[in-house]
Write a protein that binds this ligand. Sequence first.
Ligand code: SF4
Length: 107
Amino acid sequence: MTMSKNKFIDNILSVRKEPLTALEIKSVQVNLGYDCNMSCKHCHVSGGPTRTEIMNKKIMEQVLRVIQDNNIESLDITGGAPEKNPLFRWLYMRLKKQIVMLLHALT
Ligand code: SF4
């Protein structure tokens, strides 16, 4: 059963006076692209070798700024197969934070 966003908020407000808010953000997850050497039927992003969507350098620079400006402790990197993004190494070398790689496939 799917609950609408407004219904969810209404239910929260029925037991609290204020909406839920995050105390802090410790981890950010980014998807570097849908390109993958596999094409699993269960894939939640429909990744595969024919997918060409990848994160570009401009967005990666924004990611780096967000994790630096907000004192984010770790970055989860996922895809597709994140290491298939040609800028993966460029991003990796600029990270000073803990990195959690969520590798979906072996390339
Ligand atoms: S390996 Fe992971 S990212 Fe690649 S197609 Fe399968 S589920 Fe999707």
